[in-house]
Write a protein that binds this ligand. Sequence first.
Ligand code: FAD
Length: 405
Amino acid sequence: MRGGSVAVVGGSIAGCAAALAASRGGAERITVFERADARLRDRGVGIGVHDARYAELRDAGYMADEMPWAPLNRRVWSVRDGDAEHGRAIGTQPFPFRAYNWGSLWSELRRRVPETATYRAGAKVEAVEQDADGVTVRLADGEPERFDLVIGADGYRSVVREAMYPGTGAAYAGYIGWRGTSPDVSGLPSDGLDAHNITFPGGHCMAYRIPDGSGGHRLNWVLYTAPPRIDGLHPDLRTPTSLPPGRLNAELTEHLRALVAEHFPPFWAAKLLSTPAETTFIQPIYDLDVPRYATDRMVLIGDAASVARPHLGAGSVKALQDATALEAAWVAGESWKEILEGYHAARGPVGTAMVGLARRMGSAQVEETPDWSAMGQAEFDAWWQEQNNGSDRRSGFGGHSLKSS
Ligand SMILES: Cc1cc2nc3c(=O)[nH]c(=O)nc-3n(C[C@H](O)[C@H](O)[C@H](O)COP(=O)(O)OP(=O)(O)OC[C@H]3O[C@@H](n4cnc5c(N)ncnc54)[C@H](O)[C@@H]3O)c2cc1C
């Protein structure tokens, strides 16, 4: 179907890809509404993309080799072993991933938003309303605007999803990701080609090298654990949020630093504890799934549609894959109804399967951790295998293959 007007709410990874998909699908007028000012705040964090998923997305025209990345080959899981500098490796696994910096990945996708599309930064959408002929988009300031279709690419607190499924919010998983990036990449084992998971009772921390956006590298890490019960931890972690630098509760930060000092091998403890406070922040971890990715004239993409816990390393991959599926459904469909039905059929079940697998991984890797210190490679392999053996094997670690959807 050619023609028609499309509003994309959210101009991050999913939003830029959605604008590209709508343009290739044949939409005539595309407007992206992004509430953040001219440049999205560079979160500077790492995004891992599985090599095989990258190749599919490159072939589909949503990723390209000039997007700066750093290679990763293996992932080494380790546990503290007295004063041994790097601890003891309990398991090693292949890890064919490309490490990206969120900021440069977003800039590259932003550059690919077609010139025929209008990208409106600083435009916050307050509400969307659907009727028989289309959708009204209400902005925080300005007149309401009409479109044939709205694409919700507005992340896990989506206003478009709220209009489709009132009250269906993201559910707090009961633990957080404490994230940081540091300029100190000195002495990384294997010249930074390995990713490292440092384990401890009740969680683990993943650390790997990412491009810094100007030809060098940074160390990116994320530590998953349940926060201590602290009165007045603000804001309530159950409300979808993230705590930026400067708003980290001091008691929470102290708790996390003490945990690292006690449980991390000296090399990794030093790396985390020397990370500048202004490049650390906290993201509570959520689960989110919706009954359908699309209703009459509203459609969801990326985190607005579903959020799998980050242990899959596939959230951005899913957002870009959603866009490729939307484009394919658009090209094949002859009406809005056909396009949206085709898109939901291709992506809805995949999103649900990812949420399920990520829950199993979160349970095994954070909520009910094994006795890591008793593990060797054989025990590690069996433990890993068990998490991956769910009833639905359609989606796997690093994201499912586009070919199998
Ligand atoms: C700890 C952690 C680690 C992760 N690691 C990985 C990884 O290794 N690999 C990977 O692929 N993924 C990873 N992810 C997931 C990944 O970051 C997301 O899945 C991906 O970026 C999807 O982005 P999105 O565009 O859907 O949403 P977002 O990036 O949240 O973008 C939503 C956009 O919408 C805008 N917006 C929101 N509301 C409005 C409104 N009302 N009006 C206008 N604009 C609005 C926001 O400003 C924002 O720019 C990780 C996530 C977490 C939490």
